[in-house]
Design a protein around this ligand. Sequence first.
Ligand code: NCD
Ligand code: ZN
Length: 365
Amino acid sequence: MPDLILPGLIDIHTHLRVPGGEHKEDFATGTAAALAGGVTMVLAMPNTNPPLTTPAALEMALSEARRSARCDVGLYAGASPDDVQHLPALARSTVALKIYLNDTFGKLRIEDVPVLVECFKTWPREKIIAFHAEKQSVAVAIGLAAIYDRPIHIVHVSRREEIELIADAKGRGLPVTCEVSPHHLFLSQADLERLGPLGDMRPVLGTADDVAALWAHLNDTIDCVATDHAPHTIQEKRSATPPPGVPGLETSLPLMLSAVQDGRLTVERLTALLHDNPRRIFGLPEQPDTRVEVDMTPWAIPVGGWRTKCGWTPFAGLMAGGRVRRVVLRGKTMVENGEVLVPPGNGRVIGVSATEFTDFTADTD
Ligand code: NCD
Ligand code: ZN
């Protein structure tokens, strides 16, 4: 008997690198990592190469996801000043829009108010707009939500000032939700000396005070835990110009379970952060007959042995509170004793309107 049974987890923030970054990750390896971590549905970000800002680039990602995803995948459309006219077309086969207000890996970035306004006017109201917003950009994103009176979601919140601004916005009834990533909960600037470039990501690791603020808001202000799984090869991370980003799909639930073991988090709250709220906020479909069976024996996170193509973790040596024993998706066992059993192609692409792409949503079971 497993110690704990959870619903199939939903990770609303991953980078699966298709098209253009397949040497770092692809749908087959990224979704194997997801399943091994108890995640049965992932949303993949648009900062690919080319980015998912045009129907042609999106079609590349969609057809590859259909061919090789092992769990369910939804894609984000990207907003870019040159491609805003494509947003209505992109909306038909994506789950949400991503707007980058701050610099990160890749070139996607919006600085001009007219382009932001165009996004809010043309992106369908029923699909959420997610923001990479740091420091004062959080106020810009919240301001847009208030002006246009529509929900926004702020990704990977990492600083005290940001989570407190979001708490105030929520207190005033503004339609704002947010996520935090495990690296901002379990690592801080103090780990940088040890980790070097392996501890570099956007937003950067916070101070001990930032970390304390995130933990203090985990039971109210924070809606979701999302990995921001951002694989780069170890060679790239050790190069003279290391790209920011760390993998996280296989370690998110195990780390969060350590908070359950410590009494910092209830199983109910864990389930809300990793399943219920992501599903509600992004309007994601239910996965019937789906569950994750967990063994609650603590274990130390190893250096290697990962399914992600990048093969490393910034969390090696940290204690995890439990591990995934078995994953069942739509009645089919996908993971057993930590082994991913399911071949590529078993996942569904979600967020694609049935009238446009009936073949994309066909049952492959
Ligand atoms: C992400 C990546 O590598 O794509 N990197 C990161 O440091 N988080 C981009 C992002 O999510 O900002
Ligand atoms: Zn990201």
